[in-house]
Design a binder for this molecule. Sequence first.
Ligand code: DLL
Length: 448
Amino acid sequence: MGAITTAEVGIGAKEGARHYLHRAQETLSRERLAALQLSRLRATVRNAYDHVPLHRARLDAAGIEPNDIWALADVQRLPFTVKTDLRDHYPFGMFARPCADLARLHASSGTTGKPTVVGYTRHDIDTWADLMARSLAAAGVRHGDVVHNAYGYGLFTGGLGAHYGAERLGAVVVPVSGGSTERQVALIVDFRARVLCATPSYALAIAEVAEKQGIDLTKSALDVGLFGAEPWSDAMRREIEARLGLKAVDIYGLSEIMGPGVACECECQAGLHGWEDHFLFEVIDPETGKPVPEGEAGELVITTLTKEALPMLRYRTRDITRITTAPCDCGRTHLRILRIAGRNDDMLIIRGVNVYPSQIEEVLVGRPNIAPHYQLVVERRGNLDHVSIEVEVRPGVPADAFTAVARDVVYHIKSMVGITTGVLVKNPGDIPRSQGKAVRVRDLRPKG
Ligand code: DLL
């Protein structure tokens, strides 16, 4: 299970999308990928069984030993792991290595209770840097590029994950983190950043602050953006690309599995390549736990294949998506995850219709007179959930146009999403801006 350390920069490859950092691994035939996955799956189950009491107990209860894994399909016999397992074994109970053997800890705060703590050996950090470098290269980042990294540094994996990957690629990192947005704009311009790493909502906040300062970032050196850590729609992609003058690429990851760089779009922008030499992806029906046919929506489940400190068996991400193994124009063979619609937990059920905030975003963003900032307010009225959408007008829209704006939104949400909502139109700047993950839903329903 050696780390990928040799960077094969696609010599002889066509320019653009066919520029691979790890040519051999990224274009491995699907048969060879499957064979590699199987041997790594066996090693992962062995690591989990030998070193993590919870995994051993669950595998024993299911009557499975590491040596019972003969085919990739055997993964379906393994028990699932869920987020509360990490909380219940706080802080280090799921680690397969003693704390003293680790190189780093990260954690996600969560809104209630204990944080989720994840650990990495030196080798795990190395693999992560490789996969982030591979992701950046797939998105169009090159050796020597200035990378403005506005993901938060700290316990969140975004900042350091992008940082190590950009360094590994040979790029020049500006470790700015989130916040002080006016200063960020000045640094992007002065340092001639070609690459922006941020959440999509923060990228938009940077664009807005620049515009207010009279600075046109479409004329800056910015060329590529790697945006992720929260759901975002294609409408939002178009908005960000137009306002920042760059190609906006989607990047996915989660701390329980590694951090950013589990999957990333290539320059074709046609779904996120999940790096199958290091992870095994499944999509299941969240109700039954059974696999759904390729192309159908379900919950993404990930098994790590090379992690030392925190091997994860069938981790239920709660992220709803679809995958395809159809070939991509870039020539990479790794499957594609088609835009994460949202988290199971964020799904709203409005009079029987399942709705993700990103579906509402798709309708709102780009509509005339409306700024790309919104919040959904969910309340309980009697036995029913009721959603009202808070939208903001673009600067210069007069107050007497607000009613027409509200009507336009109600009409299009009804016709495209199928739900009836209230709409509250606000003045420019009245909806809170994010510096990291945007808060899209204010849930006012009684708890419990
Ligand atoms: O958000 C890691 C990351 C950092 C990914 C920077 C991309 C860029 P967590 O804080 O553990 O880790 O949150 C993970 O965020 O399960 C998804 O629900 C959501 N998420 C992450 N990337 C995307 C994306 C980082 N591209 C959780 N689209 C995941 C939609 C995403 N949701």
